[in-house]
Design a binder for this molecule. Structure first.
Ligand code: URP
Ligand code: ZN
Ligand code: ZN
Length: 474
């Protein structure tokens, strides 16, 4: 066979194996894995580099409607540019249903936002905020079977929270139609109570965001979500787990034989609640406000044990970007009066892979294959993209990142290429860096330069099948 491209001499890493192989690419797909492939029209010398499946970030927020006066800092153009710069070839973003609007309409709106804008392939999870009889009876079933087999539900936030009854209704639809529910597990009433009390005490600085939602708030909601899942009889995915207490609930449920999946994120490995203090409790603490909040060093250690021991299937960024020096972002006039009003979320889609590689692989905490599973393969399997995405195997899309395992880089705002005006990881030294990112055989990022075109990224309808078996006890 004549290949369009041969990637020669690299060390190929999959979730199962690590070994030397050339890769032959034909029509955007991997057509051969072998030594000494014949010369092709185009060649990339990967000697000395790792050859990994392109990163799949299954938890990003782009262009999401926010409260009055707040604007998310990334749409699909800048968000996927940042994703490509960080070694990702697929993102799963959220199509949020504003209350009072049909879910189908929300999905159509997101298609318009993404069309012609994306540097990498993309799909949508649904965010269900208004589970009316029409949504539960018609829209969700139709959307699940037409390429959107995952939805997120919230147990907090005024505009998003579902009651327990509504959670049960959504879970029932997921069971009937084979969808996966992603749960934001923090309890609304506990947070409201704490927020009111902290404000009464004059504790309004961004730091108190962390005190308003301690780990037990996440633990209680995780347990409640698990109980609802048990009642209905479905697997669920607990997203952005921040520490030991929620992990214990997940492990407890698995010990009972339940399929409870879990995701964690970079902020829970390298940030702590003290970052929310900023410089002497100034406004810069708002740069780190996200939910659940980063915790402490002991929680970071617990999350590492969870990554090493199989508690987590996916490592995602929860990229949810706002500008800092901007009244439409973290410096919204109301946000300066209380942490209650600081938009929740931080950027991270470009930093996710370097942080996990550096802190995990380079420091000997996880293996190369575990890194690939946590950042690519498991995302594809969980969310219905496997085997087209998430691995280096014959027939898969040639979504490949060439990775320099020894390259030392200091993370800076410039390198992130996102729409935010800061990175929460500024100044962090990492070892390991994506030097070339290829999507379906085409170079999209080359040593930090974006060489792809917005619009080359395609929408990916997804299937409901092929989940993982989470470790029963870890
Ligand atoms: O603070 C965060 N994580 N905001 C993003 C929305 C979410 O809950 O994932
Ligand atoms: Zn969430
Ligand atoms: Zn999120």
């Amino acid at each position: 066979m004549e290949f369009d491209l041969v990637i020669r001499g690299g060390t190929v890493v999959t979730a199962a194996d690590v070994g030397r192989s050339d890769i032959g690419v034909k029509d955007g797909r991997i057509a051969a894995l072998a030594d000494n492939l014949p010369r092709a029209a185009s060649e990339i010398d990967a000697s000395g580099l790792l050859v990994l499946p392109g990163g799949i970030d299954s938890h990003v927020h782009f262009d999401q409607p926010m409260g009055p006066g707040i604007v998310m800092a990334d749409g699909f153009e800048s968000g996927t540019r940042s994703a490509a710069a960080g070694g990702n070839t697929t993102v799963l973003s959220f199509a949020l249903q504003p209350r009072g609007q049909s879910l189908r309409q929300s999905v159509e709106d997101y298609h318009k936002k993404a069309k012609g804008q994306s540097y990498v392939d993309y799909g949508f999870h649904l965010i269900v905020t208004d589970p009316t009889p029409a949504v539960l009876g018609q829209e969700l079933p139709a959307l699940v079977s037409s390429g959107y087999p995952s939805f997120k539900v919230f147990m907090t936030y005024d505009d998003l929270v579902l009651t327990d009854r509504q959670l049960l209704e959504v879970f029932s639809v997921a069971r009937e139609h084979g969808a996966l529910v992603m749960v934001h597990a923090e309890g609304y009433d506990q947070i409201k109570f704490m927020t009111d009390r902290l404000e009464r005490e004059g504790k309004t600085h961004s730091y108190y965001h962390a005190e308003s939602r301690p780990e037990l708030v996440e633990r209680e909601a995780t347990h409640r979500a698990i109980s609802h899942a048990e009642l209905i009889g479905i697997p669920i995915m607990i997203v952005h787990v921040s520490g030991r207490e929620a992990m214990e609930q997940i492990q407890w449920a698995r010990g009972r034989g339940m399929k409870i999946y879990a995701e964690t994120c970079p902020q829970y490995l390298v940030l702590t609640a003290d970052d929310l203090k900023g410089l002497n409790m100034d406004m810069s603490g708002a740069k780190y406000v996200c939910s659940p909040p980063p915790r402490d060093r002991a929680s970071q250690d617990a999350i590492w044990r969870g990554l090493e021991g199989g508690v987590f299937q996916t490592f995602s960024s929860d990229h949810c970007p706002f500008r800092f020096d901007d009244e439409a972002g973290k410096n919204h006039p109301k946000a300066r009066t209380s942490f209650r009003w600081v938009p929740n979320g931080i950027p991270g889609v470009a930093a996710r892979l370097p942080i996990l590689f550096s802190e995990g692989v380079a420091k000997g905490r996880i293996t190369l294959s575990e890194f690939v599973a946590l950042t690519s393969t498991n995302h594809a399997k969980m969310y219905g993209l496997y085997p087209r995405k998430g691995s280096i195997m014959i027939g898969a899309d040639a979504d490949i990142v060439l990775w320099d395992a020894d390259k030392k880089v200091r993370l800076t705002q410039d390198l992130m290429q996102h729409g935010s005006d800061y990175t929460p990881y500024e100044g962090m030294e990492v070892t390991g860096w994506p030097v070339k990112t290829l999507l379906r055989g085409e170079l999209v990022a080359d040593d930090g330069r974006i060489v792809g075109k917005p619009g080359y990224g395609q929408f990916l309808p997804r299937e409901t099948t092929r989940r993982l078996e989470p470790a029963a006890r870890s």
